[in-house]
Design a protein around this ligand. Structure first.
Ligand code: APR
Length: 234
């Protein structure tokens, strides 16, 4: 079967990376408009760089949890596309092979004058730096400052069409650990085929249509419940 998995910060919570909107979450400690918006980048790039340097450091110290691993293991029997809002690399490290990073990747940087609709969002200037730091003054060969390869608030989401296609083609849609508050990502599940079962794993209340099966568990246990439900669909 074709399975599409849409993940948010909740899938990485049990790996030790905090979510954004739970109490004590990232946006309780940082203003997203300062550290994760295009306006923030233009007014204080140093603060933005240090926010993502800190995130990379935390990513280096954690590892995929069993939810990431179970999602990757679905590939043994199914065609799987992971659409993640997360900028961490835990799906990659768990072994998932088809991942669409809707909001970019913290392990990558690019010169600040590229990857826009003018250069057709080409990835050729994107550079993988792993978990290392980027500072003001780190520039490419043309002398252009490097910035995080992240979709900041206020920027386009270039991979949205690719993500919509993956949802439309899916026989089953699984949503894990997202508050579904940030658009356009939050609109994706509306593209699921009418006959495709939709599941959402989240320990908190979720406001989704009646037809969505809410597995009210944390990601690690919720994936086990999903896998048993999936067996009944086959
Ligand atoms: N397992 C599963 N879900 C969990 C867990 C867990 N252990 N812990 C928390 N959750 C759920 C929360 O109940 C919440 O619904 O994960 C969700 C996290 O929601 P957010 O913090 O809003 O994160 P997310 O939905 O990924 O945010 C989307 O917002 O700020 C932007 O770009 C950022 O990609 C991010 C986007």
């Amino acid at each position: 079967m074709k399975i599409c998995v849409l993940t948010g910060a909740g899938v990485s919570a049990e790996s030790g990376l905090s979510t954004y909107r739970d109490s004590g979450g990232t946006w309780d400690n940082y203003d997203p408009m300062v550290v994760a918006s295009i306006q923030g980048w233009h007014s204080d790039p140093e603060t933005v760089l240090s926010f993502y340097n800190g995130l990379r450091k935390r990513m280096a110290a954690c590892k995929p949890n069993s939810a990431h691993l179970d999602i990757a293991a679905l590939e043994k029997e199914h065609e799987v596309v992971v659409i993640t809002q997360n900028v961490d690399d835990l799906h990659e490290r768990a072994g998932s092979s088809h991942i669409i990073h809707l909001h970019g990747e913290a392990t990558k940087i690019r010169p600040e004058d590229c990857f826009n609709d003018y250069d057709r969002f080409s990835e050729k200037k994107v550079k993988d730096i792993g978990y290392s730091e980027v500072k003001i003054g780190d520039k490419d060969g043309r002398g252009v400052q490097y910035r995080p390869h992240i979709v900041f608030f206020g920027e386009a989401v270039p991979k949205m069409d690719e993500a919509i296609k993956a949802v439309e083609e899916a026989d089953v849609l699984l949503i894990v650990g997202t508050s579904l508050q940030v658009y356009p990502a939050a609109s994706l599940y509306h593209y699921a085929r009418y006959d495709a079962p939709v599941f959402i794993v989240d320990p908190a209340d979720v406001s989704v249509p009646q037809r969505v099966v809410h597995i009210r568990e944390k990601a690690t246990n919720g994936l086990k419940t999903f896998i048993s439900a999936l067996k009944k669909l086959q």
